[in-house]
Design a protein around this ligand. Structure first.
Ligand code: C2E
Ligand code: CA
Ligand code: CA
Length: 376
């Protein structure tokens, strides 16, 4: 891991690099790792977009040269005078709102401020405040999406996905509340609720003679929590199920944030008999070095990747490459987000282990799922 001195030097280099993005401007450091660039004049919005892209790329290139073993991303929020504010304070606040939107959209984005951002901030505030009361009122529940053995079509695995029906706001999708629960800290309670519901359900299925392994999604904050393994084992014991029935899904970007610690925790999990899956593989940075070092049993290929598979030969080459590599390293693969017969036909030409997607089944409530498996 890098120390403070390295961090301070890196910030100095970034500041210097940001003075070189072209066109007259000033650079100031705002907080830990955020900088403000003020440009005095511009002709078109495109010009600002280009300057923002250049800034992001300069920071990323500089940082990857500094340390090849780490991945860096940079995002930018843009606010304009006079459209987005007449005084400096307003413009800066709006640029910051745009920056949060950029970070939320994914990595390496440039986002321009717009007035809807205030509304979305208000909604975020509302959602964040509603999580704890909803936990108490039992408004969260779990749906299960079947993961099929591609060759036999059998359902042996399920992915557990949280759902939230709020009494007044209605249905709130996980993509809207999970990251907010991570920021506010309530993700820990949400995940414990998930353990309780999922493990209890697995016990019921075991008693019915239906043996499933179930994938659960684990956020970085939960994985890095000092009592993570103790907590999960407590719920396992409570419901008397087998560790082998649980697959812990982590995402690649999250593993890369704190690679050393992630490897330690994953090894402990594996020693205890849990399986580990790398989720959303192929969606962002995919590093073969980490692929090699991360002790995972299953690779889940991202749905955005499958979406392009029938349109682009290079995606098919990449698919073959990942499948071959996974198998050579004794890992299984799951292809996520399979939606069409055309995609299935392409998959038939490859050595695919498992599939998951709307083409086969949407995430199902327990009663629907029980009907589906009974009719098999
Ligand atoms: P994910 O882990 O990648 O989960 C798969 C998502 O893809 C699910 O969205 C699922 O409904 C959707 N999906 C499945 N098949 C298809 C398909 O064929 N096409 C398309 N377009 N989508 C498909 P969902 O349930 O909305 O969950 C979104 C994300 O929220 C999940 O992405 C996961 O990152 C997060 N999430 C959900 N439940 C939990 C949880 O209990 N804990 C944590 N930490 N995150 C969760
Ligand atoms: Ca997942
Ligand atoms: Ca996924």
């Amino acid at each position: 891991m890098k120390g403070h001195k390295w961090g301070d030097e890196a910030l100095l280099l970034i500041a210097k690099e940001l003075t070189k993005v072209g066109k007259e401007h000033i650079v100031a450091r705002m907080s830990e790792d955020s900088f403000v660039l003020v440009f005095y004049q511009f002709e078109h919005l495109d010009e600002i977009k280009t300057l923002a892209d250049v800034s992001i790329n300069k920071v990323k290139n500089l940082m990857s040269k500094q340390s090849e073993a780490y991945f860096y991303s940079a995002s930018a929020g843009v606010a304009l005078y006079p459209d987005h504010g007449l005084v400096y304070g307003d413009i800066l606040r709006h640029a910051n709102l745009a920056l949060s939107a950029a970070k939320k959209n994914g990595k390496d984005q440039v986002v321009f401020y717009n007035t809807f951002m205030h509304q979305s901030k208000e909604r975020e505030y509302e959602i964040t405040n509603a999580i704890k009361p909803s936990l108490q009122n039992d408004e969260f529940y779990v749906v299960y999406q079947p993961i099929l053995d591609f060759k036999s079509g059998e359902i042996r695995k399920l992915e557990a996905l949280l759902r939230w029906n709020h009494s007044s706001m209605g249905y709130i999708p996980p993509n809207d509340f999970i990251y907010l629960s991570e920021i506010s800290g309530s993700i820990l309670e949400l995940t414990h609720l998930l353990y309780d519901k999922v493990f209890g359900q697995i016990k019921t299925w075991n008693q019915m003679g239906k043996y499933f392994t179930v994938d659960i999604n684990i956020s970085p904050k939960v994985l890095m929590h000092p009592t993570f393994i103790e907590d999960i084992e407590r719920y396992i014991e409570k419901h008397e199920i087998d560790n082998k029935q649980i697959i812990i899904e982590i995402t690649e970007s999250m593993a890369l944030e704190n690679i050393d610690q992630t490897i330690i925790v994953l090894k402990q999990l594996k020693d205890k008999g849990f399986l580990v899956a790398l989720d959303d593989f192929g969606s962002g940075y995919s590093s073969l070095t980490y692929f090699k070092h991360l002790p995972v049993d299953i690779i889940k290929m991202d749905k955005d990747f499958i979406a392009k598979i029938d349109k682009s030969p290079s995606e098919r080459h990449f698919l073959k490459f990942v499948l071959d590599l996974s198998h050579a390293m004794s890992k299984k693969t799951v292809l996520e987000g399979v939606e069409t017969i055309e995609q299935v036909e392409i998959l038939k030409l490859h050595d695919v282990d498992y599939v998951q997607g709307f083409y086969y089944h949407k995430p199902l409530e327990v009663s629907q799922l029980n009907k589906t498996i009974q009719s098999k």
